[in-house]
Design a protein around this ligand. Structure first.
Ligand SMILES: *[C@@H]1O[C@H](CO)[C@@H](O)[C@H](O)[C@H]1NC(C)=O
Ligand SMILES: *[C@@H]1O[C@H](CO)[C@@H](O)[C@H](O)[C@H]1NC(C)=O
Ligand SMILES: *[C@@H]1O[C@H](CO)[C@@H](O)[C@H](O)[C@H]1NC(C)=O
Ligand SMILES: *[C@@H]1O[C@H](CO)[C@@H](O)[C@H](O)[C@H]1NC(C)=O
Length: 392
């Protein structure tokens, strides 16, 4: 009996560290690094120290914890990798607030572009039910709230963003990204506050988000491809936009974008592709389907004459827009035209497919359609009739 017990203890002492080697998740709570969380004390340095420990830890998986029930005042913060080939979790269950006044921002080397800036962190997961409040109403300007760049395998989920000074979430040069269950809640009159901005990123799945803001709910710009966006409620805001592309005669590309199951509520656009005159490149291979519009203004909008300042000149060159399907687009529009296919005069849009559209103008009036140099076909139920699309 005693022998057996000894053997058992021996097995136990050896197997525990063995289990420990195969998997360990070391946790780093910002409170242990000196964060106060009273909403007044500047907790930036404590967050930096907790991040440093999380990133440098030698365990297979490490977690930076921002505990719930507290509010942390944070100035611009870099969260840099690389973190030695392992899994990095950031659990934000507490709330984060920005300083109350523009003059109170403490910026790194005067670079006041991003509030929380994750760079070069592979296998990064940022989750939690925390609320991130940019207190931006005093200076809607240039500060993006959360930027994640130059990383592979990124997950973002659960968080709420409010009143940020500029874009809410920026995904830049990422691959294999999953964004879900994000709430964005900023006023409809807040300038340039894109909800989720995707640049140069591939293999992105974005779903189950509620986005209300003053600019695009989702914007997708050059270098992005293979995106699946679904189950989105957008409004107020400017809709889901590809672009703008081709500004300052640049060569830009976006392709393989699938957008489905979206509700637009009172937005300025629904599904939009916007390009500047004079650019080159393409926007192609996209599907927008199962979209419901409640008084969005231009529900379907290809605008190759995009110009957000007073003077824009006529150019011959343009991005090529091709293979774009709009399928099962229903609801009401507050604008005429509800469907706008304004393609470049010199470079026509081709393979534009409108399949099963039922759109009415608010007051039960017939919705109208405008086209310029658009080629493709209409099929299925078509209200209104899209007579101006050149058949191919
Ligand atoms: C995490 O990222 C690195 C690349 O930086 C990769 O080699 C590694 O296999 C990834 N996955 C895990 C589970 O650590
Ligand atoms: C991606 O990251 C998750 C953790 O967030 C990890 O479980 C998974 O193994 C990673 N995938 C790869 C291919 O490394
Ligand atoms: C979405 O996030 C909230 C916290 O913000 C959480 O309570 C909820 O369980 C999440 N839902 C899903 C389906 O993950
Ligand atoms: C058109 O775009 C869709 C959606 O991305 C894609 O599945 C399809 O292969 C494209 N067609 C051609 C001919 O490239």
């Amino acid at each position: 009996m005693e022998k057996l017990l000894k053997l058992f203890l021996l097995v136990l002492t050896f197997s525990v560290p063995l289990f420990g080697l195969t998997y360990s998740d070391t946790k780093f709570n910002v409170i242990k690094f000196g964060a106060v969380g009273n909403g007044r004390t500047d907790d930036t340095n404590a967050f930096s120290r907790a991040w440093e420990a999380t990133c440098k830890s030698s365990s297979t998986s490490s977690t930076m914890e921002v505990p719930s029930g507290k509010t942390f005042l944070i100035n611009p913060l870099y969260l840099d990798g690389p973190c030695n080939n392992k899994i990095i979790n950031v659990e934000i269950n507490g709330n984060l607030i920005a300083p109350s006044e523009p003059s109170k921002w403490r910026c790194n080397n005067n670079a006041c572009d991003n509030w929380m800036d994750f760079r070069y962190v592979d296998n990064l997961s940022i989750i939690g039910h925390g609320v991130i409040n940019g207190r931006g109403s005093k200076w809607w300007s240039t500060m993006k709230a959360l930027k994640i760049s130059s990383s592979n395998n990124v997950t973002l989920s659960g968080l709420t963003f409010k009143d940020v000074p500029h874009m809410h979430v920026v995904l830049d040069t990422l691959s294999s990204v999953s964004v879900s269950n994000i709430t964005i809640d900023s006023p409809g009159d807040s300038p340039n506050t894109d909800g989720i901005h995707i640049a140069g990123s591939t293999n992105v799945v974005l779903d189950h988000c509620r986005i209300g803001t003053g600019d695009d709910c989702i914007s997708i710009v050059t270098g992005s491809s293979h995106l699946k966006i679904s189950d989105i409620i957008c409004g107020p805001g400017h809709g889901i936009s590809i672009g703008s592309l081709g500004k300052h005669e640049s060569h830009e590309t976006v392709e393989y974008v699938e957008v489905s199951d979206v509700v637009f509520i009172g937005t300025m656009n629904g599904a939009r592709i916007k390009t500047w005159q004079g650019g080159s490149g393409y926007a192609r291979n996209m599907i927008f389907e199962r979209i419901y519009s409640q008084e969005a203004s231009k529900v379907i909008n290809i605008d190759q004459f995009y110009c957000d300042h007073m003077e824009c000149f006529t150019h011959e060159s343009a991005l090529k827009v091709s293979n774009i399907t709009f399928r099962q687009i229903l609801g009401t529009s507050s604008n005429q035209p509800a469907v706008n296919l304004a393609c470049s005069a010199s470079v026509p849009c081709t393979e534009i497919v409108l399949d099963s559209i039922f759109l009415q103008h608010n007051d039960n009036k017939r919705a109208s359609v405008a086209c310029n140099n658009a080629y493709g076909r209409a099929q299925g139920t078509m209200v209104p009739q899209i007579a101006c699309l050149n058949q191919t």
